[in-house]
Design a protein around this ligand. Structure first.
Ligand SMILES: Cc1cc2nc3c(=O)[nH]c(=O)nc-3n(C[C@H](O)[C@H](O)[C@H](O)COP(=O)(O)OP(=O)(O)OC[C@H]3O[C@@H](n4cnc5c(N)ncnc54)[C@H](O)[C@@H]3O)c2cc1C
Length: 438
């Protein structure tokens, strides 16, 4: 039971990656911190759970990083989880299109040079398409994206103006931008899409695709042990109901069980919609425009035999977007794959058995050595509000103004310049921790 009288330096509302990043940073500085998470697990939108039908532990969604996700890598180093990430150098993405596989990113040649070599060998585009793709990539490399005012607000128009035809879009741009921004290419903001490409391919960091070697919740498990050693605490299954203010200060928070907790500073590290709800339930006047969100679906299949040898494969021109070889990535002996579908509006409201059939048929048409009778079990994971959308001047919506100077917001949705990613969550969490300690 939490005592009403206990006073903390900082109370954090929300145990997703942003809240955990604030917690670790503040705890390392010797502050007494309390983190409150309403669900039974840490990790927020990056978590694992036991699926009731299969009895398997599955992730809520396949999570991937690129070499540019420096702050995320720093976080997992701080919590001794770095060995739980596989780094596939130079991306090495097998792309399957019309029955043929060709690679983006070279196994042997490093950095951007390797990407260009793989593009030269890429079978899915003809010479003219490759030429225009190269010109567009070079243009991105030499554009100062943050300080450019693009006349093409929507990326679809930019692609068109830069001579990218439907095949280049299908076999290159869509494979990267759709999962990275979880949205349709035509309407995402040009500056955000270009900065994904620039960060992924033209940054100073090593080029790689990073994947967890374990289920997502195992990544965060060491945090509780680190925190237990000091005076900070984590309470799960603890819902914050409202905020208590007095004049220009926030003085406490009220939990659903009626307990009140006081602190000097407060961090709200929930999603933007949960933060807005908490403030309005507390009758606090705010100035904020909600961001829209977009869905992701994961279709998990367990087969009697192996479907792909590779760690992952991207598919162009079929309904399937990306397939991840969970067994290989998690070093397990079964044949577990997950099909990850971004911008999944088309399927999010459909029945799970319908989704299973649709994607099983699609999978078999991509990999004819698999038969329906090879399927042992399946599970479909729907995440309707997986990420916020980078459309319609999203950067103007990435803040909430309140009258309190001891209330801070963290979360992937705050103004980090990154899209809705784990990297953005870590940056935001560390940033507010620094504001408090400075
Ligand atoms: C299916 C899926 C796939 C994804 N793939 C990738 C990927 O490949 N790469 C990548 O970088 N990112 C990916 N993301 C995005 C990434 O997971 C998020 O950007 C990141 O986890 C957001 O962290 P956060 O801390 O900002 O917010 P959240 O994870 O939303 O955390 C907020 C926490 O606050 C808690 N909370 C809310 N209200 C209260 C309350 N009143 N009291 C107490 N607690 C409360 C919630 O329970 C939650 O735990 C994916 C997301 C999903 C869903």
């Amino acid at each position: 039971m939490i005592k009403n009288s206990k006073k903390y330096d900082v109370v954090i509302v929300g145990g997703g990656i942003s809240g955990l990043s604030s917690l670790i940073t503040l705890n390392n500085k010797g502050l007494k911190v309390l983190l409150l998470e309403k669900s039974a697990f840490l990790g927020g939108r990056a978590f694992s759970f036991e699926d009731q039908n299969t009895g398997e532990i599955v992730d809520n969604g396949q999570h991937v990083i690129v070499g540019a996700c420096k702050e995320f890598v720093n976080l997992i180093k701080d919590i001794d989880s770095e060995n739980k990430i596989i780094k596939v150098n130079n991306f090495q993405v097998p792309v399957i299109y019309e029955g043929e596989t060709s690679y983006l990113g070279s196994k042997y040649f490093k950095s951007i040079f390797g990407l260009f070599i793989s593009l030269a060998r890429y079978k899915h585009l003809n010479l003219i398409e490759k030429y225009y793709l190269l010109i567009a990539l070079i243009k991105i490399k030499f554009t100062d994206i943050d300080n450019s005012n693009f006349k093409e607000k929507n990326f679809g128009v930019w692609l068109n103006n830069n001579k990218q035809n439907s095949k280049s879009i299908k076999c290159f741009w869509e494979l990267i931008i759709k999962p990275a921004l979880n949205d349709n290419l035509e309407i995402v903001e040009t500056n955000v899409a270009l900065s994904v490409i620039k960060r992924s391919f033209f940054g100073k960091e090593q080029l790689y695709l990073g994947l967890p070697k374990t289920n997502l919740s195992s990544l965060w498990a060491p945090i509780e042990k680190i925190i237990e050693k000091g005076s900070s605490r984590i309470f799960k299954k603890t819902n914050v109901e409202s905020l208590i203010s007095s004049k220009e200060k926030l003085v406490g928070i009220k939990l659903s069980n009626g307990d009140i907790i006081r602190a000097k500073n407060f961090i709200i590290s929930t999603s933007q919609s949960a933060a807005i709800k908490l403030l309005s339930d507390s009758n606090i006047n705010i100035n904020s425009t909600p961001l829209e969100t977009s869905p992701i679906i994961g279709i998990h299949f367990w087969f009697k035999k192996s479907v792909i040898k590779e760690r992952y494969i991207a598919s162009a021109g079929s309904k399937i977007q990306w397939v991840f070889n969970v067994s290989k990535n998690h070093n397990k002996k079964d044949n577990h794959i997950v099909i990850s579908q971004s911008a999944a509006w088309e399927w999010i409201d459909k029945d799970k058995s319908y989704i299973k059939k649709l994607f099983l048929d699609e999978l078999i048409s991509l990999f004819p050595h698999i038969k329906v009778s090879d399927l042992e079990k399946y599970c479909v994971v729907k995440q309707p509000n997986a990420t916020f959308r980078c459309i319609d001047n999203s950067s103007n919506k990435r803040n909430i103004d309140t009258p309190f100077n001891n209330l801070f917001f963290a979360g992937d949705w705050t103004n980090t310049s990154w899209p809705s990613t784990m990297e953005s969550a870590v940056i935001s969490g560390r940033k507010v921790a620094k504001l408090i300690t400075d």
